[in-house]
Design a protein around this ligand. Structure first.
Ligand code: TRP
Length: 326
């Protein structure tokens, strides 16, 4: 089985784009891959976070992943900060990376332009990400195109370390997965649904109540001309609804278009399909949320599994570097 590592930040609320674009695929892949899912709270604190909200989000993201069907007995699901080896290897990766190499990271340039307090951690963020990946002998990292540069860096750091100190790390491959469904903002269908954009009406959250989901779809921006046709260029709003309906029902957007002559019924059917798709997830979430001890238990088991693997890697790393064993 292929060792696959995914990281998810405990910030913002999980939405339909996260679900259809990533989470649902993780659930399907857990039986064919040796999958590790890490809630990356140390990455989240590269920008200031409110402690109560960080704590709540970390638990909530975990509960959503489990509710979506990630089985903590099948995959490894844990919180990054509970496995101290991440911070430890991160330092070593900072000493493996060149300053100029980190300075070229475009995500740092984007993010540092948008905040007035730029932490040193925001700058070294990709070194921590490399540590996440390399601790687990990861073979594949399925991420979107925006993370390509960070995965390239992880490969370069692994190769450099191996070259300097002898074979230590598996060099991971990035695996840009085929776009399962491009879910666009319901109010601005030319841009991706995103947790970082402030568009509450355009973003369908996986934990939104059915009535809220229905209202958001009812108010979705459509296109001029009343005809229903799958044409993302000319009709981004209607095409987005068709893509979502197709992803939720397993159909094909172009074929589905033929069944509609007006926008109203398309919106209503899409809303209903999404509500039905999310219903089991929301029911399991309600159960988990009512029993906080269960989530703690899941995370303890996950951290124990992760620590075994990460600890073994760190024994190797310390030895190669000339650091004493602990
Ligand atoms: N940087 C990733 C993001 O913002 C999250 C992440 C952290 C990650 N560590 C990772 C993704 C390791 C893949 C592998 O989406």
């Amino acid at each position: 089985m292929t060792r696959v590592f995914s990281g998810i930040q405990p910030t913002g609320e999980l939405h339909l784009g996260n679900y259809l674009g990533a989470i649902r695929r993780w659930v399907d892949a857990q039986h064919t891959d040796d999958a590790i899912h890490c809630v990356v709270d140390l990455h989240a604190i590269t920008v200031p976070q409110d402690p109560a909200s960080l704590r709540a989000k970390t638990i909530e993201v975990t509960q959503v992943l489990v509710s979506a069907g990630l089985d903590p007995d099948v995959c490894t699901l844990f919180v990054q900060s509970q496995v101290a080896e991440h911070a430890e290897l991160s330092w070593i990766m900072e000493c493996t990376a060149a300053f100029g190499e980190l300075r070229r990271m475009t995500q740092f340039k984007d993010k540092s332009d948008r905040t007035d307090f730029v932490s040193a951690g925001l700058f070294t963020y990709p070194a921590l990400q490399a540590a996440d990946i390399l601790l687990y002998d990861t073979e594949k990292v399925p991420v979107g195109d925006d993370q390509r540069q960070h995965i390239e860096l992880a490969r370069d750091l692994a190769t450099r370390f191996n070259h300097r100190y002898g074979d230590t790390f598996v060099v991971p491959a990035h695996d840009i997965p085929p776009v399962a469904a491009r879910v666009m903002d319901l109010q601005a269908p030319e841009r991706k649904m995103s947790k970082s954009v402030d568009s509450p009406q355009g973003t369908v959250l996986v934990l939104d109540e059915p009535a809220v989901i229905e209202r958001k779809f009812k108010r979705a921006v459509t296109d001029s001309g009343g005809e229903v046709r799958y044409d993302p260029e000319a009709k981004p709003g209607v095409s987005n609804l068709l893509s979502i309906l197709a992803a939720a029902t397993g159909g094909d957007p172009e074929a589905l278009a033929g069944g509609y002559s007006r926008y109203g019924p398309l919106k209503a059917d899409t809303a209903e399909a999404v509500v039905e798709m999310l219903r089991p997830l929301q029911a399991r979430f309600a159960e988990l949320a009512a029993d906080p001890g269960e989530t703690d238990r899941i995370l303890r088991v996950g951290a124990d599994k992760a620590r075994k693997m990460a600890g073994a890697t760190m024994v190797r790393v310390r030895d190669r570097l000339g650091l004493p064993a602990i």
